[in-house]
Ligand binder design. Structure first.
Ligand SMILES: [Zn+2]
Length: 419
């Protein structure tokens, strides 16, 4: 009986804890669409229960009131393209990570990457493939959900799919069987591989729709339109969607016509292909930071040496994407550069010509909608999950203010609180 009472008391106190109310105020509240001054946000348990002008949202007597002067409150940010199982290539090159490091070692590192992502204010992340670490992302997601380790809410790809011959590591003696950074499949075998990946925990299917295997090393399509359609049909029948790595115009076109929901990288997008994406409600995830950082790793001294052609091209195609009116989400291919430095992508999006408010929307409401999470996260709205970031300053004036983290809340739990 005594044990029962103790258990009951613990249960009651847990419920009381879960129902703790926080009344948060800051100079500004970005709700995912619009910046408001003089707003308050009331959180109870894991939900936002009220939001609006301070005089309309009254603080309940027992709520913990926290005011953040000279600060902005935003939804928890959403990273659209991460690789938690990778870390910067200037530390260890990609081939070595894929070929020589065990999945266990890589997962150990990934737990720290996940924590750094959350602490940077990214409460949700879509992870785009383990690059040779099997389904470690599925395990990572489980450990985060169970509260074993700290990290963002994850949507994961698992192994991802490439066509035979089109992916790396490459250039090794063909007498050796070299493991790939993704799972190779072609033709009707794609049916089995898609189903297998879903069965092993993929939340969506990631396809490499092209690869730099052109005769001069240029990006050329890997799958036929028919293959992509087949992948899409099998994936959709499980209630999931396909997302495509595609840089060349032809691969983007095939991916869009086959039913992909997001296009990753899109280095050669122009106005025409951007319009096609727009017509098909496809969201563009630019990964500018990966291009920028890879070129720096190759020796480009930014600001002193002339801009490499790949960077110039990326600026041009990003401008064309903006001009086409395609929906632009946010995803940096983080992992190529350090986890926790995710804001770099937003800084480059603004530097390359995206209005700063559009960058803020990209990493909140736009990504939420693109990933079908808009009823849970990405906005400061009554009924949504209490995923909240507070930063010093005003990121609508200076996007880098997103780095000045003061408070991170995910699912109503405070994970970071600076004095
Ligand atoms: Zn990637």
């Amino acid at each position: 009986m005594k044990n029962f009472i103790t258990a009951a008391l613990v249960f009651v106190s847990l419920v009381a804890f879960a129902q703790q109310q926080y009344y948060l105020t800051a100079d500004r509240v970005f709700d995912g669409e619009v910046m408001h001054e003089g707003w308050a946000v009331l959180v109870q348990g894991d939900k936002i229960i009220s939001t609006g002008a301070k005089d309309k949202v009254v603080a309940p007597a027992n709520a913990i009131k926290i005011n953040y002067p000279n600060s902005t409150l935003t939804p928890g940010l959403i990273e659209g393209h991460s690789h938690l199982l990778l870390y910067p290539y200037n530390v260890t090159d990609w081939d070595t990570q894929v070929l020589k490091e065990s999945d266990s070692y890589r997962t150990a590192r990934a737990t720290v990457h996940a924590k750094n992502t959350l602490m940077a204010g990214f409460t949700t992340a879509r992870d785009l493939g383990t690059e040779g670490a099997g389904y470690s992302d599925v395990a990572l997601k489980r450990a985060i959900n169970e509260g074993v380790i700290l990290g963002p809410r994850l949507m994961v790809a698992g192994r991802a799919i490439v066509s035979t011959g089109s992916y790396g590591p490459k250039g090794y003696d063909s007498d050796q069987q070299i493991m790939l950074g993704a799972e190779a499949a072609d033709g009707n075998d794609l049916i089995r591989v898609v189903r297998d990946q879903i069965g092993k925990g993929a939340d969506f299917i990631k396809i490499y729709a092209d690869y730099r295997w052109g005769i001069n090393g240029e990006d050329q399509p890997s799958f036929t339109l028919e293959e992509l359609k087949l992948i899409n049909e099998v994936t959709r029948s499980s209630g999931r969607v396909i997302v495509c790595h595609a840089k060349s115009k032809e691969a983007i076109k095939r991916a869009v016509l086959a039913g992909a929901e997001t296009i990753e990288h899109g280095d050669f997008i122009d106005v025409e292909i951007g319009k096609l994406m727009k017509e098909h409600n496809v969201t563009y995830i630019p990964t500018i930071a990966a291009v920028d950082m890879i070129n720096q790793y190759r020796g480009w001294k930014k600001g002193t040496l002339p801009e490499p052609a790949a960077v110039t091209n990326k600026k041009k195609s990003f401008k064309e994407a903006i001009a086409s009116g395609v929906t632009i989400g946010m995803g940096g291919d983080v992992g190529v550069f350090p986890h926790g430095e995710n804001v770099l992508e937003l800084e480059l999006m603004v530097e390359y010509g995206l209005p700063v408010m559009d960058a803020l929307k990209a990493c909140t409401s736009i990504n939420a909608k693109a990933f079908h999470l808009e009823k849970q996260v990405g906005s400061i709205k009554e009924g949504l999950k209490a995923d909240i970031l507070v930063v010093t300053g005003d990121p609508s004036k200076n996007i880098s203010d997103l780095r000045k983290v003061k408070l991170v809340i995910k699912d109503g739990i405070i994970y970071r609180q600076e004095k």
